[in-house]
Design a protein around this ligand. Structure first.
Ligand SMILES: O=C(COP(=O)(O)O)NO
Length: 250
């Protein structure tokens, strides 16, 4: 069961999978040998959460990839936090760049959704990250700080929050950030937390990296002092590779 391990690895399955492919992936995860000190979470598409929850080892917790900003009701197409808890979800991903830049969610809405999830007892993977043109314009830190501030302005606490730094230019591109690039932003995020929230939150909050992480690059990234784990997309759909990434952080 995922707890308060020093490290954290999430598998974001995005809009991928079928009942059969997910059954195979769950079998691979159930047979994997996993190190103790890493909390592991997988985020299936909504429609497969029940299937995964009922068949996956409880060593791995379940996350949703999104949740509505408030109590359920007349919100066609939305899924509520209450419904996600009802089927055994413990986490939810908010602020993913695909929801910011494809769906069009803004930072304040993301902050409000995160706040509601936390007040109702879900834990939050809070995603931040800059686009290539923002990095090339020297705005990486400004963008990440604005996104962090919107979480901080709305959330009641950081106790059940993991921050995922996912540079948009590295997501799904094969162009993974270098260990130095990732570490530089992780340090800046931790310093922002220390200055704007508290030294305790800064030291206790796990800051994980996402963006083209795979079995070949995770160990090198994990050597960085302020990289506490990963949020993995494509490679999380391959059980053995995802397991090796999980074990590479400890
Ligand atoms: O979006 C990602 C990363 O995706 P990839 O590993 O496929 O770059 N994590 O949430």
């Amino acid at each position: 069961m995922a707890g308060t391990g020093k490290f954290f690895v999430g598998g974001n399955w995005k809009c991928n999978g079928t009942k059969d492919s997910i059954s195979k992936l769950v079998t691979e995860l159930n047979s994997a040998k996993l190190e103790d000190d890493v909390d592991i979470v997988v985020a299936p598409p909504f429609v497969y959460i029940d299937q995964v929850k009922s068949s996956l080892t409880d060593r791995i917790e379940i996350s949703a990839q999104n949740a509505w900003v408030g109590k359920g009701g007349a919100f066609t197409g939305e899924i509520s936090v209450e419904q996600l808890k009802d089927i055994g979800c413990k986490w939810v991903i908010h602020g993913h760049s695909e929801r910011r830049h494809v769906i069009g969610e803004d930072s304040q809405f993301i902050g409000k959704k995160s706040a509601y999830a936390l007040t109702q007892g879900l834990k939050v993977i809070a995603c931040i990250g800059e686009k290539l043109e923002e990095r090339e314009a020297g705005k990486t830190f400004d963008v990440c700080y604005e996104q962090l501030k919107a979480f901080a302005d709305n959330m009641p606490s950081w106790d059940d929050v993991v921050i995922a730094y996912e540079p948009v230019w590295a997501i799904g591109t094969g162009k993974v950030a270098s260990p130095q690039q990732a570490q530089e932003v992780h340090v800046a995020v931790r310093e922002w937390l220390s200055k704007n929230v508290s030294a305790e939150v800064a030291s206790q909050t796990r800051i994980i990296y996402g963006g083209s992480v795979n079995g070949g690059n995770s160990a090198e990234l994990a050597k960085q002092e302020d990289i506490d784990g990963f949020l993995v997309g494509g490679a999380s759909l391959k059980g053995p590779e995802f397991a090796s990434i999980c074990n590479s952080v400890t």
